[in-house]
Design a protein around this ligand. Structure first.
Ligand SMILES: *Cc1c(COP(=O)(O)O)cnc(C)c1O
Length: 386
């Protein structure tokens, strides 16, 4: 039996220890955390929908009609009219024949990769892909190979060497860096080598692309280029859950074979009703994306004026790169003393030496709140000078 206490002590010494904060009240720019009010720049609630009264009301109506729980898995007796309608609306949104709901994005990624691949197959992944894509690749039993981040040439090279069934999986928008995957180059390489291309667009859907249709749409690509699209509903959509969209045959195959779909309870139908309302708002309220873009521009200009290194990100994920874990932690603590909540992201979530403040912006932030963050960073820069 391994010594858990010693392992925990080591994590503490390496500044890698993680703990949870207790929130009271709704998700939003101002959080009540451990009894204190902080302006937060760390949620994935990019459009400010998580606490929207229209979603809350849709969920309440859903609960009144369907109850609190779904009661069973989708293939048993848990697939409600609310889930079914949401699947049809999501498919129409991303302009694909079918969509299939999963309880979480983590499970959707495990489900797709383990359903489509097995021993003797190959899966290629960007080095900075989300943990769930990497874990799905491992679970599938296929040979997993990682290529250099954002490098379509490296991916094409790996594809050329690959025999048999191959799937290339990438984040559309990278969750810790906010940059976009080179989807046109990846799609061309996958077409040339007859490989599946799967895009996890957890951070792109609702935020970029025409009408918020995400990174695939942003690059003018479609079903033929990217046959497998995964999206999550707990980020820009402000709700919970995930889906996979593609051809009829893809979705039917997942229903038959994806174990994380088959062997789990369907999410509450009331959640699906809230997501349906979110989907309507995401499409109708373009101003949320415009506002987000304006806030991103304001933040970047402010931070660049301070001479701090920012990632090359056009999205609401704006990493301030600080290098060492201890430094990132120190800055995060200093921001908290200024009444601001920004998480320090450390290895193993990011590569060694890549510790950062992961600032995320939301359409719900005010310009004054963004300015307050930039001012606090300026004060920390001044204090750090010898
Ligand atoms: C958040 C996230 C997931 C997991 O989605 P959940 O619904 O939270 O389980 C998968 N992929 C990426 C890129 C993510 O950021």
């Amino acid at each position: 039996m391994k010594d858990l206490a010693a392992d925990l002590d080591r994590r503490r010494a390496e500044h890698l220890y993680r703990h949870r904060r207790v929130l009271d009240g709704v998700q939003g720019p101002v959080l009540r955390v451990d009894g204190r009010e902080l302006v937060a720049f760390c949620s994935n609630d990019y459009l400010g929908l998580a606490a929207d009264p229209r979603l809350v009301e849709a969920m309440q109506r859903g609960a009144a009609r369907y109850g609190a729980g779904s009661g069973a898995a989708h293939l048993v007796s848990g697939h409600s009219a609310a889930h079914h309608a949401l699947e049809e609306e999501l498919a129409a949104f991303v302009q694909r024949p079918r969509a299939l709901l999963f309880s979480t994005g983590y499970m959707a990624n495990l489900g797709v990769l383990s359903a489509l691949l097995g021993r003797g197959d190959k899966v290629l992944e960007d080095r900075l892909n989300h943990a769930s894509l990497l874990d799905g690749g491992l679970l599938s039993g296929a040979r997993l190979r990682r290529y250099a981040h954002g490098d379509a040439d490296a991916a094409a090279f790996a594809l050329a060497e690959s025999r048999g069934e191959t799937l290339l999986a990438t984040d559309g928008v990278f969750s810790m860096d906010g940059d976009l995957a080179p989807l046109p180059g990846l799609a061309a390489a996958c077409t040339r080598h007859v490989a599946w291309l799967m895009v996890d667009d957890a951070h792109g859907l609702g935020v970029i692309g025409e009408g918020g249709r995400g990174s695939v749409s942003h690059f003018g690509l479609g079903l033929d280029d990217v046959p497998i699209l995964m999206g999550t509903l707990g980020k820009a959509f402000g709700s919970f859950g995930a889906f996979v969209a593609g051809s009829q045959d893809l979705v039917e195959t997942l229903i038959q074979r994806a174990r994380p779909y088959i062997y789990t309870t369907a999410s509450p139908p009331a959640v699906a009703e809230a997501t349906r309302e979110a989907l309507r708002i995401v499409q109708a309220e373009e101003w949320r994306r415009e506002r987000l873009r304006a806030l991103v521009g304001r933040f970047r200009a402010g931070v660049q004026a301070l001479g701090l290194p920012l990632g090359d990100s056009p999205t609401p994920i704006q990493p301030v790169l600080l290098g060492e874990s201890a430094r990132a932690l120190r800055w995060s603590e200093a921001l908290e003393r200024h009444g601001l909540l920004v998480t320090a992201i450390r290895p193993p979530t990011v590569p060694t030496g890549g510790a950062r403040l992961r600032v995320t912006l939301s359409a719900a932030h005010s310009e004054a709140q963004v300015d307050r963050l930039v001012d606090a960073l300026a004060a920390i820069v001044r204090d750090e000078r010898p």
